[in-house]
Design a protein around this ligand. Structure first.
Ligand SMILES: N[C@@H](CCC[C@H](N)C(=O)O)C(=O)O
Length: 283
């Protein structure tokens, strides 16, 4: 990789798409936030919801870092981690079907599910959800959870449940996701001072004990077709508040994700390599 061109692979999970760069034998570009903004641009760049780097790890042999389309770095990315698992398994960087990956949210464990010699689906042990405000972070007593609380957020009175999946999520239950104010209230809650590091905002409708419908406004990327960590947080919030069972299918605009919460949260869903290319970096 030199400063003016670099190779990339684009993968998507339920339409939540990321440009992957391989930094195992090459250094991470000097300003990955700026690069994320430029490659993510759907007119002047490759077009994606963000950038993911494949790196050597310290707490595991491999490390994933991800940046949103606005250049902010996220602690975790569920759809991205499924793509990461496919990428490293198919290139022989790991030998086992299940392996550890270091992220900013800790070491997580994906398992690739191989069909016809290809990784089509990945199950990820997403670890334990956390509920205390300090884990998001969120204003208020650091040890107190926020479960079905009515708060003034983004200029509206809303009932929310907040969950950390390593990254912060604010869940609003609604009657119908089609008419939910995703693109108006979503960005207003994202930057509400209650969440000093901003927050991902999910609008979720329970449709029976094992079916959730969801749309998401992602911190740093806007409305996306799916969010893996968001689907986990939504499933946990629905179970915790008696709206659904602990094993659900979350229907997102990009397709369904299977989520199970026993102690850890398990997420199972597809991942697809879309194309490979060379980015001509004007900088
Ligand atoms: N789409 C992702 C989450 C990406 C990071 C998020 N926008 C954040 O800033 O926390 C997923 O699939 O989990």
């Amino acid at each position: 990789m030199n400063r003016s061109t670099f190779e990339f692979v684009k993968l998507q999970g339920l339409g939540n798409d990321y440009v992957f760069i391989d930094c195992l034998d090459r250094p991470l570009p000097p300003d990955p936030s700026d690069l994320a903004r430029r490659v993510s641009d759907r007119h002047f760049g490759v077009g994606s919801d963000g950038l993911i780097a494949v790196l050597p790890g310290e707490r595991a042999s491999l490390r994933m870092r991800m940046w949103n389309a606005d250049g902010s770095e996220g602690e975790m990315c569920g759809n991205g981690l499924r793509g990461f698992a496919k990428y490293v398994f198919e290139r022989g960087y790991v030998g086992d079907h299940a392996f550890d990956v270091e992220t900013k949210a800790g070491v997580l464990r994906p398992e690739v599910l191989v069909e016809d010699g290809r990784v089509a689906r990945v199950r990820v042990d997403m670890g334990r959800p956390r509920f205390e405000r300090g884990s998001l972070p969120m204003a208020g007593a650091p040890d107190a959870p926020c479960i079905d609380e009515t708060l003034s957020l983004g200029g509206a009175e809303v009932q929310v449940t907040c969950v950390s999946m390593g990254n912060p999520h604010c869940i609003l239950f609604v009657d119908d996701v089609a008419t939910a104010p995703v693109t108006t209230l979503g960005p207003a809650i994202e930057i509400d001072p209650t969440f000093p590091r901003r927050v991902n905002v999910s609008f979720v409708a329970a449709r029976g004990p094992r079916e959730l419908h969801m749309r998401v406004w992602e911190r740093g990327s806007g409305e996306t077709l799916a969010c893996g960590t968001g689907a986990c947080a939504a499933a946990v919030a629905a179970a915790l508040t008696g709206r659904a069972e602990r094993s659900v299918v979350v229907h997102l605009p990009g397709g369904p994700l299977e989520i199970e919460w026993s102690d850890h949260v398990l997420m199972t869903g597809p991942t697809v390599e879309v194309f490979r290319g060379v980015f001509f970096d004007p900088k």
